[in-house]
Design a protein around this ligand. Sequence first.
Ligand code: HEC
Ligand SMILES: [Cu+2]
Length: 474
Amino acid sequence: MTDAQPKHARRVLIASANPLFGKGLRKIYGERWGKEAVEFELASSMGETLARLESWQPELVIVDYDDRTIHREEFLSVFITGERPMQVVLVSLQASGAVVVYDRRTLTPAQAEDWLNLPWQPESQPEIPSRSSQMKGSAKHFIFAGLVVAASTALIYLLLTNIGILPVEASVQAATIDRLFNVHWFMIALLFSLIVGFMVYSLVVFRSKPGEKQEGAYIKGNNRLEVIWTIIPLGTVIAFSFFGARNLAETRTADPQALNVKVTAFQWGWSFEYPDFGVTSRDLYLPVDRQVLLSLTSRDVIHSFWVPEFRVKQDALPGANLVKQLRITPTRTGDYQVLCAELCGGSHAYMTAPVHVVAKADFESWIAEQVGATLTDPVARGEKWAQTNGCTSCHSLDGSKLVGPTWKGLYGEQVALADGTTVTADDAYLTKSILDPNAQVSKGFPPNVMPSTYGSLLTPDQVKDIIEFIKTVK
Ligand code: HEC
Ligand SMILES: [Cu+2]
């Protein structure tokens, strides 16, 4: 602020037939000083200009040098050479020519200020802070914003690790996976806080104050910042790939004492075979604290074996030589569930099987029970074959209609076939239905849905056992 502040607004007359010319100039002045400092009049012809000069007594006349209707030569001879108290400026859009004073396209407010001989600093102009105080100011902001980020990271990390996003950790392998998860929760909390923390801090602290009209600084690129925000994420991602590879290897550590279980996936169920005991089951029984080596195959499409509490997951692929292995060491007794983690068809979501992690003694007595049943009772065996071969995922035992007809009360009944005939459901019919399901299709059910491969999957004794079981479903 200086004491040369004028008592009245400066009067500026703009002479041009083109309204855009005056508009552009007024914008330059208006941005800088506002209405109070400068008053404008527009004149669009020579006669008008001369009249205003007399009546209004402007302090500055800005003439459109390119406008033929305004006689610029006359201005030169009359006003500049004459003894008038006003200043005349010729402004051209063409940067070349004899009397070009300013090129309007490159005209700056500072130049316009010179013409008016305005010595004062407009009031809205903030004081430009010195570089060192600017540095101190930004260091202060970085410290405060950094505190916001640190607090938010801690809070979100605590939240993520305490609201129980993950199911219980029930295997040795799960502990390895969860270590990695833990680092991920931290990264998620940190990245979220870095972005949102700085953004919210800036929105609150640097918001425009009432009456502030200036544009923000135009900042184009910042090489140092760009290098930093490339190198740090790159290093982080590479570090994570190392952690990931190391942890994956750790989950695959083999124990020679592992229990062998063959897992067969099919649309839509699971079957578990314990080859060392000759036992097959629809439930997966596992002794606690002993590693189990699962060998996975599929009877039809790709499925994926996944017990969330064990964390690890493995695809089961069709094809005898595509057996995949998965090692799990359960650490908590309890009941869990196998899920299929590969979209495999209509009932994918219901492709579950119970998992029971039991004490060593309980596991042994369960195995003994299974072996006994398999040895003595054909109905018990038949039920087992029906379950482990997936029959019961299409055939209900309670009368409800699934993909195939129910087995309830089937034996000895008259069955209506699709070709209009009827047949008695005796041993011969049932055997044929199992081995060659498309030979006689039951009325109201689709052909080619029941797999026609059971002839090679089941032994003749197993087929007999299944029929013995069907006889008992009443
Ligand atoms: C993918 C579903 C599916 C599976 C798995 C399946 N079936 Fe079927 N089954 C059907 C359908 C559909 C029919 C009816 C059409 C037909 O007769 O082919 C049928 C028909 C039958 C019939 C004739 C029943 C009647 O009322 O006439 C018998 C018996 C039978 N299946 C036994 C079995 C046995 C045993 C297994 C397992 C070894 C089995 N099915 C597995 C779908 C299935
Ligand atoms: Cu599946």
